[in-house]
Design a protein around this ligand. Structure first.
Ligand SMILES: C[S@@+](CC[C@H](N)C(=O)[O-])C[C@H]1O[C@@H](n2cnc3c(N)ncnc32)[C@H](O)[C@@H]1O
Length: 301
């Protein structure tokens, strides 16, 4: 049950939930360096055991493919084409706020903080508070040593995130302690990140989320919403099996994704949208048969 006593949404986009399999564990040197630095575990065998222990607990909470395939082990944020924008905002804006929606362990927030984004402005949101708590176990941190904030709940619940029109002027940032909703933060975020999130939902629900995120974004030029998820050459249903995970997802193509943001969500001409399809995966170990990935960003002009 979630914080509000409501049933968590079902995982509709994934049809199969294979058992955990250690062979998915593979750390690239830059990911190993990141995890060793943050956990303080230098020994490769001990690090692997630690990560697999947390993965096992998390998979019981929510059996997502991203947990099965250990895609949270990859420094995905830094591979997004707009990453340098985030780094610049984190280092130069006054009190910048970063939201990671569907944040799971909070690994992306930690990646941004590692590269200089102020932890006090990092906010994660997810259906499952347990995954955020397991993030502290994974990174051997505590709310004191990692002072990022967490808002638990369903992104479709208007008490957590109501749709509001895009901000047109600067909005004062409220006290971030003890937040229970994202609504007080309409117009406040410099950066909103959502990876492996939109593809969990069908087309109309993706549009709803896009509108909701647009309402959270700061009016300041350069503010950005970005991420990566399953895409397609032509928008429609993607039904595939990879690594034993069968997905049944709605996927946009780059043109339809751009048209949705620039015209439907934001007034046409007020944002620059970039979207590119890549053969590579944004998270899991590369495998044949993985769907195409859409890497994208929406920047306020
Ligand atoms: C596939 S995982 C992706 C996690 C992470 N963003 C990544 O790229 O590895 C999706 C995450 O979104 C969360 N989630 C799913 N539905 C949600 C909803 N309706 N509202 C908020 N979070 C949700 C899940 O609990 C999970 O942590």
């Amino acid at each position: 049950m979630t914080r509000m006593g409501k049933e968590p949404a079902k995982i509709e986009a994934q049809l199969t939930f294979p058992p955990l399999d250690e062979s998915h564990y593979s750390l690239r040197p830059k990911d190993a360096a990141f995890y060793k630095k943050l956990t303080g575990i230098e020994d490769d065998v001990a690090l692997k055991q630690h990560i697999l222990n947390v993965q096992q607990k998390a998979y019981k909470v929510a059996p997502y493919g991203s947990i099965l395939l250990l895609s949270f082990l990859r420094r995905n944020l830094s591979e997004l084409p707009a990453y340098q924008q985030i780094v610049r905002i984190g280092r130069t804006r006054k009190n910048p706020l970063l939201l990671d929606i569907g944040c799971c362990f909070g690994n992306v927030l930690r990646e941004a903080v590692f590269d200089g984004f102020p932890a006090s402005g990092a906010i994660g949101s997810d259906l499952h508070q347990e995954l955020w708590d397991l993030g502290h176990e994974l990174f051997k941190s505590s709310p004191e040593t990692f002072p990022g904030h967490f808002v638990g709940g369903d992104a479709f619940d208007p008490e957590i995130l109501a749709v509001a029109p895009p901000a047109t002027a600067a909005v004062p940032i409220p006290d971030l302690n003890n937040l229970t909703s994202l609504n007080p933060l309409h117009g406040c975020f410099s950066v909103i990140h959502a990876t492996a999130f939109f593809h969990l939902f069908k087309e109309d629900r993706q549009l709803h989320l896009a509108r909701a995120f647009a309402g959270l974004l700061s009016a300041e030029s350069g503010s950005v919403i970005l991420g990566a998820h399953v895409g397609a050459q032509e928008k429609g249903t993607v039904n595939k099996v990879f690594n034993g995970v069968e997905v049944d997802m709605f996927a946009h193509d780059p043109e339809s994704w751009i048209a949705m943001w620039d015209g439907e969500v934001f007034q046409k001409g007020t944002v620059k949208v970039e979207a590119e399809l890549r053969q590579e995966t944004y998270g899991a170990v590369e495998t044949d048969g993985h769907p195409l990935s859409l890497f994208w960003s929406v920047t306020r002009l």
